[in-house]
Each structure stands twice: as structure tokens, then as C-alpha cells.
Design a protein around this ligand. Structure first.
Ligand SMILES: NC(=O)c1ccc[n+]([C@@H]2O[C@H](COP(=O)([O-])OP(=O)(O)OC[C@H]3O[C@@H](n4cnc5c(N)ncnc54)[C@H](OP(=O)(O)O)[C@@H]3O)[C@@H](O)[C@H]2O)c1
Length: 254
């Protein structure tokens, strides 16, 4: 069993909780005692996450949400309050990208990436923070990426979106600290999920990636959850506006 702070009774929204890092975070928050609202577009995946939480005696609700639709973001916040009465934790994990050169990315591709990763994170954070402030405060954790810190081919607009979320994290932290809403980010390195499969599924590319990671391997989803839980815990009560990179030393090695 990994790191497990006491989050008994906290109410947490996790976006993209149907698979990958978001699912691992949702299960870990529930194991730490939080009531979890799982949100993304695919109901069946969210139901599977919620069933797994309930099978371990946890509490969960499912609210299908498309983060590019502001009315659905409002409905997620209202639905969470209707189900559990408050919001203590928001993990903005959902994101999307396209794997192609900048020259080939269509204009609507740019919009899909920024609408989901940046605008969705902003609108949901603001709506959830309003509820948190009313009840004495809360924690927001944005999942960014090592891509916020360095350029590279094939996902340029995604990298730009993650850099934008890093800056949004710092600005939301600055404005909302007086109301006790602490906003931080966790930036994973390459992690074995559906999202990154086109990259790590090629053994030659995987070998090149791993050769630059001091810890000598890619991340598993279980590697990412500890930093998220820490930022939601009492131990992080005086931390806001920061990004913790969980990357096996990759950024330190560039
Ligand atoms: N995997 C990596 O190597 C890696 C590295 C660094 C950072 N990250 C970051 O970690 C986070 C999770 O990535 P992952 O690898 O776990 O990806 P994943 O397995 O592809 O999961 C992405 C999640 O985002 C949801 N999502 C996408 N568009 C959405 C929308 N419009 N509305 C609501 N939900 C939406 C998806 O659900 P639906 O499609 O059902 O809506 C899915 O649950 C992302 O922020 C990603 O940028 C990943």
C-alpha cells in the first residue's frame, strides 16, 4: 500500500477518472477516506471506477461531463454539492492532445486541446473554488506535465496548454490563498497510459526516452498518486502555487 493521508469525509471531484492517471487518483483518494465524484465523457468507464470504489467500502458518484461545455461544468459542481453537500478537493486531470507536427494540426484541433486542458480547468476551478470558499477553503491539484517545461516535436500545442495550466495554477494560487483555497500542480513524466501509448508502444522510442530518465524507467500511474495525495493533505497546508514533477529525475537531467 502506498502513501495514505487521512482524508476521511473530504469530497473530491476528479476529472478524467475513468482511466489512466485520473482513475488511479480517484481510487487512491477513496482509499484515503474521500468521497469521490468521477467525471469525464464516458459513463461506462466512470461507472467502473465508482464500482471499484464502492467494492472497497468507499463512497462515489458519477457525473458524466464534457469539460468543453460550460453548462456541464456548472452541472458537475451543482451535482457534487447535491450528492455530498460540499467540495474539498478538485483534481483537474482530464486532458487531450493530438500526436502530429504543428504544421498538420488543424485549427479545431488547437481549440479542442485548449478548450479541454486550459479553459475547462479554469472554468471548473473557478466554479468549485466558489463553493470551497463558502465552506472555509479547499485544495485544487492540476495535472500538468514535464511538457510544461520543455519543447519537443509532435505535441507542441499540448506542451503550450500545459505551460498555460502551470501559470494558471500560480495565478489562481495567488488570488485564492486569502480564502484558503490552495492551488498546486503535479507534473508527470511519461506514464504508461492509453494517452501516451503511441509514444511508449514503439520499443525504440521507449528505449530513447528511458535512457534520459535517471531512475531508468517510465512512470506507472501508481507513481503519480502520492504527490497528488500529499498536496491534498494536512502536510501541504502551507504550499500553494507550486508544481511537483514526478518524472524519475528526467527534468533534472536536461
Ligand atoms: N500519460 C502520460 O505520459 C502523461 C504525462 C504527463 C502528463 N499527463 C497528464 O496526465 C493526465 C491524465 O492523462 P492520462 O495519461 O491518464 O490520459 P488518459 O488515460 O487518456 O485519460 C484522459 C482522461 O481525460 C478525459 N477527457 C478528455 N477529454 C475530456 C473532456 N472534453 N471532458 C471530460 N473529460 C475528458 C478522458 O475521458 P473521456 O474521453 O471519457 O472524456 C480520460 O478519462 C492528463 O492531464 C495528461 O496531460 C500524462
Amino acid at each position: 500500500m502506498g502513501y495514505q493521508p487521512d482524508l476521511t469525509g473530504r469530497v473530491a471531484i476528479v476529472t478524467g477518472a475513468g482511466k489512466g492517471i485520473g482513475k488511479a487518483v480517484a481510487l487512491a483518494l477513496a482509499s484515503s477516506g474521500a468521497k469521490v465524484v468521477a467525471a469525464s465523457r464516458t459513463q461506462e468507464e466512470l461507472d467502473a471506477t465508482a464500482d471499484e470504489i464502492r467494492s472497497q467500502a468507499g463512497e462515489a458518484a458519477v457525473i458524466p461531463t464534457d469539460l468543453t461545455k460550460s453548462d456541464q461544468i456548472e452541472a458537475l459542481v451543482e451535482g457534487t454539492v447535491a450528492s455530498f453537500g460540499r467540495i474539498d478537493i478538485l483534481v483537474n486531470n482530464a486532458a487531450r492532445s493530438f500526436f502530429r507536427p504543428l504544421m498538420d494540426l488543424r485549427e479545431d484541433g488547437f481549440d479542442k486541446i485548449f478548450d479541454t486542458n486550459v479553459k475547462g480547468t479554469f472554468l471548473l476551478s473557478r466554479a468549485a473554488a466558489k463553493v470551497m470558499m463558502k465552506d472555509g477553503g479547499g485544495r485544487i491539484v492540476n495535472i500538468t506535465s514535464v511538457a510544461a517545461e520543455r519543447g519537443g516535436p509532435m505535441m507542441g500545442v499540448y506542451n503550450a496548454s500545459k505551460a498555460a495550466v502551470k501559470m494558471l495554477t500560480m495565478c489562481m494560487a495567488t488570488e485564492w490563498a486569502p480564502m484558503n483555497v490552495l492551488v498546486n500542480a503535479v507534473g508527470p513524466g511519461m506514464t504508461r497510459t492509453h494517452f501516451s501509448r503511441p509514444i511508449w508502444a514503439n520499443p525504440e522510442i521507449e528505449r530513447q526516452l528511458v535512457s534520459r530518465i535517471p531512475q531508468g524507467r517510465l512512470a506507472e500511474t501508481s507513481d503519480i498518486v502520492g504527490a497528488v495525495l500529499f498536496l491534498c493533505s494536512e502536510g501541504a497546508a502551507y504550499i500553494t502555487g507550486q508544481t511537483i514533477y514526478v518524472d524519475g529525475g528526467g527534468l533534472a537531467n536536461t
